[in-house]
Design a protein around this ligand. Structure first.
Ligand SMILES: Cc1cc2nc3c(=O)[nH]c(=O)nc-3n(C[C@H](O)[C@H](O)[C@H](O)COP(=O)(O)O)c2cc1C
Length: 157
């Protein structure tokens, strides 16, 4: 198969957090973007195998934690292990958004969203959320830009 050039599409790096009753989790996500200005709405593409996917389905909420450039280690922490087997929040500082989603102290902004649409798109689910709570934790932060090679090496697609 031809080398995928979609890898070069610039995006940020976020941790999508979620709370469903007594369970919390978070995962790194690059496929996240604003899709409506008024009302403010956010789309996140999440593969059905992710534990975060199950919890978003259960709770109907997710929270985008946008990472600054100095928080690449946080992206790795949340992006290379599943919350099914480990508590990823152990040792990680966070507070809570209006509806209980974790807000990472290391994020520069957070956007808690209520799911208003969910579409199966290829091998991911596209959750569209309406922003119900938001905040800026770090003024004038430089956001971390996703580079495929930085996280997954040269050869993988
Ligand atoms: C930088 C980075 C970006 C990622 N972006 C996405 C994404 O947009 N969608 C997705 O489904 N998985 C993405 N992943 C993979 C998940 O973060 C990873 O599978 C995670 O371990 C899932 O955790 P969970 O099972 O606890 O939900 C990304 C991983 C990294 C490191």
């Amino acid at each position: 198969m031809q080398e995928l050039i979609t890898k070069a599409i610039p995006t940020g790096v976020h941790v999508i957090t979620v709370r469903s009753r007594d369970k919390i989790n978070g995962m790194a996500a690059a496929w996240t973007t604003q899709v409506s200005f008024d009302p403010a709405m956010i789309a996140v593409a999440i593969a059905p195998a992710r534990y975060t996917h199950d919890l978003i389905k259960e709770s109907g909420y997710f929270c985008v934690n946008t990472l600054p450039v100095e928080a690449e280690d946080i992206a790795r922490h949340f992006g290379f292990r599943t919350g099914r087997k480990t508590d990823k929040f152990n040792g990680v500082s966070y507070t809570s958004a209006l509806n209980g989603s974790p807000v990472l102290d290391s994020a520069c902004i957070y956007l808690e969203c209520k799911v208003v649409h969910a579409y199966e798109i290829g091998d991911h689910t596209l959750f569209i959320g309406s922003v119900v709570d938001s905040g800026e934790l770090k003024k004038d932060a430089t956001p971390l830009i996703f580079r495929w090679e930085s996280f997954f090496g040269k050869k993988s697609k």
